[in-house]
Design a protein around this ligand. Structure first.
Ligand SMILES: *[C@@H]1O[C@H](CO)[C@@H](O)[C@H](O)[C@H]1NC(C)=O
Ligand SMILES: [Ca+2]
Ligand SMILES: [Ca+2]
Length: 150
């Protein structure tokens, strides 16, 4: 067997990993599913939200403390400690957090201790971890969560 088929396979894998995002789907919670992106890539909010729309949802919004607790549980078990973006941002309106998909003010913000701090004036995305929300810069290699109504 020549080496050529092996090289071809690697090439195809590289192309598909650059283009397709795959997701880990949560169990339903309050009639919704949450999709956690696999892999780590730099996406802007528009691109992440567009990808979520392609999956029938939108970049995750947080309505109340029970939804946030559920999401904290999901990322703490499944995100491997990586940064996970939500759909909440203060881009263009420092300190006024809104949901990227609807542009409406954030409904619930369960911040980590001493957050948000808008570190170096550059933190306008909001990530979620096991212990709450943090503002973080938007250009990180990260995962994100889509929320998909049933
Ligand atoms: C919290 O928000 C979820 C998702 O929108 C909703 O289904 C649920 O009823 C709310 N829970 C409480 C306690 O308000
Ligand atoms: Ca900010
Ligand atoms: Ca911060």
């Amino acid at each position: 067997m020549s080496i050529f088929p092996i090289l071809l396979t690697i090439g195809v894998l590289m192309i598909s990993s650059a283009q397709a995002v795959t997701y880990l789907t949560s169990e339903p919670y309050n009639g919704k599913k949450y999709l956690l992106s696999n892999g780590l890539e730099v996406f802007d909010l528009a691109k992440m939200n567009a990808r979520c729309k392609g999956s029938g949802g939108y970049l995750v919004d947080i309505d109340n403390s029970s939804e946030q607790n559920w999401l904290e549980y999901f990322v703490s078990y499944e995100a491997g400690g990586h940064v996970v973006y939500t759909g909440i941002t203060d881009e263009g309106s420092e300190g006024h957090y809104y949901h990227y998909n609807t542009k409406k003010p954030a409904k619930y913000l369960g911040w980590k201790w001493r957050q948000p701090d808008n570190w170096k004036g550059k933190e306008h995305c909001v990530n979620i971890a096991y212990n709450g929300l943090n503002d973080i810069d938007c250009g990180r290699k990260a995962k994100y969560i889509c929320e998909v109504p049933a």
